[in-house]
Write a protein that binds this ligand. Sequence first.
Ligand SMILES: *Cc1c(COP(=O)(O)O)cnc(C)c1O
Length: 786
Amino acid sequence: MNQTASAIMQKTEELLQAESFKTLQQATPKELHYALSKAVMAQIHSRWTKSEENHAAGKRAYYFSAEFLMGRAVFNNLYCLGVLDEVRKALEEKGVDLTMLEEIEDDALGNGGLGRLAACFLDSAATQNIPLDGYGIRYQYGLFKQYFENGFQKEMPDDWQRFGDPWSIRREEESVLIHFARQTVKAVPYDMPIIGCRTENVGTLRLWQSEAVHDFDLALFNEQKYDKAVKERNDAENISKVLYPNDDTNAGKRLRLKQQYFFSSASLQDILRKFKKQYGNDFSKLPEVAAIQLNDTHPTVSIPELLRLLVNGEGVAFQEAFEIACKTFAYTNHTIMPEALEKWNVSLFRSVIPQVYKMVVLLDRHLVEDLTQRGVSQEELAQYRIIDGDLIHMARMAIYASSATNGVAQIHTEILKNDALKEWYALYPERFQNKTNGITQRRWLGLCNPQLSAMITELIGDGWLTDLEELKKLEAYQDDENILKRLNQIKLENKRTLCDYVKREEDFALDPNFIFDIQVKRLHEYKRQLLNAFSIMDLYFTMKEGGLKDFTPTVFLFGAKSAPGYYRAKGIIKYINCIAELVNNDPDVKDRLAVKFVSNYRVSYAEKLIPAADVSEQISTAGTEASGTGNMKFMLNGAVTLGTYDGANVEIVEQAGEENNYIFGARVEEIAQIAPSYDPKTVYEQDPRIKRVVDTLIDGTFDDEGTGMFRELYTSLLEGASWHKADNYYLLYDLKDYLDKKLQVNHDYKDSLAFAKKRLLNIANAGKFSSDRTVKQYAREIWGLL
Ligand SMILES: *Cc1c(COP(=O)(O)O)cnc(C)c1O
């Protein structure tokens, strides 16, 4: 055993003995998790301290994000330390099974892709020795837990600290005060280590928790003070109580704004305090030593807050403060969905943070002067105003007062430049950049797919772990029958592992010999889970008629949470669960067709599902998915993509070859062209196959238990509603092509070697999609590091 692993083992045993008077064999999962995690924390303590000094030594970058979807830390941290296998073996020798820690909750302080991206970036920066640290909110409750009742989604609170939080260190002494109009709270930092792989570097994720300023205990013996203290405590704690379970829409609530301001102000105060200690009061130096990346507009209130801290707090002139802000901040745009572009009502904003609103007014005035000088006419000005009538436009603020605005995939950045933000691109073309998203190969290959990792390492060495472009060397094996067979064998074994897991989690039996066709991501109309559902109904009907005789048995797996208030998305979940009920119990088809909606999709579930996938469903309407990162995880694990020309799918097939994937549907230009005259009703009426599946929403095939959900879905497709057009996401338009491609995949799968070659070429060409590459691009091209 190597030294680190044995030190960790010894410390774990000591801690168990000291904390609970137990041996390894006696420990519960919670106790083992706590002791083992604390043992790792002790092990990395000195390199963590040293890393903070290194980060402070030169220019550094900060990632501001309202979400960090970290997943379960313990396995990943052992893996990145390079001791996972050794610790597992050492425990095994003592009769202890490390997999019992799968009971430990994920850190689910994020909704989906945006939060997971933040987590992947921290991992990559730590590994690549980039001085990047994260700032966010320590929500008491993360994303809700999902379960199904009669096929309907139900939510439960996610008490993620139920088993303790051994990976965080509370830094009481670095607390700061946050002032709202009628409330002051204390922001207390909790630091989590981000352990780099094959490096001594350890990054920091600092999450702020909101607490009352006054010591509650002092009020215990005075009834009047007591009531007041209870109220103060509850009001303060409410701010970091819960993550908004909203993937992409502006929750529009006072509390959401308070959350955003809370962590923005706390993080900036922290940064300025460190700056002053090190460099004194010449704030013009700030951009030389600090870069701040705004992950979407959620932390954009940081811009006027920095102005306020500099102007009111430090006596810096507004113009100078503005220039400092412009050079310090950069902004990442994640969506062009109009409902997701954050705007705050002026009166709300003003009533919550009046002192910050003053800076917004000055910023808006500065913008008007600036643009007027640049010759922008009065009529044109309106489209740029930060304060536009009674709304504050956060994206406009972020673009105006920053050095760079980036999209997250080539196609997305092009849409920003040519469409969504074209007026801004016209003003500041040099500020627009692309940074195609990525994923960390440590978690999404090394950790989650040990067998595939081992085979890759055997063939090309283990350099891929920190340099994913190495995978290209696998192309040499594209016609090696032996390797292709092994690749299929590993897939089969991963399917078996998933079958066991699904059996345990859902009490549902899957057959590992089926094709595993998987769509996992947040539930949203634009992601078109309903399109997938329709295609399954078409397969079902065709089989019932005696067709599809040579269809390779396929299970369609879904995993997705819907925002609790997103009625239509919840209707889609119920509909898919009805399909599952029908198909799985029909003796005519159940040997060839299965459908399962797994519950509570989350990072740790993704780690089981993705290595077992044959087909990756990435079927959003062209132009709607900014990038996607799920698509990259599947590719890296040897699934073929069945998808549209959208987001990073475009780059995936550019890298891996269209012949190794299955692209269908209208492209962005085509949709733009047909949009004005698109009539889904005609498509529906003219194609009996399409009519047949859509009609299952209303013809009594399924029962939505009187909720009217299915009828509403039907109407949304054929009639539309006041706030959107009929079939807003072009499901019926793309359905035919989708069905054809789906059958094509099924047909191609029969030639197992040819299919394995497609798997291999996808893996071999996934190098571009490492978040190591993405973060290095940010570091070089935006932050001025490296
Ligand atoms: C990667 C990931 C996502 C993002 O998936 P997309 O398909 O890109 O939307 C969402 N949730 C979890 C748990 C993930 O791991």
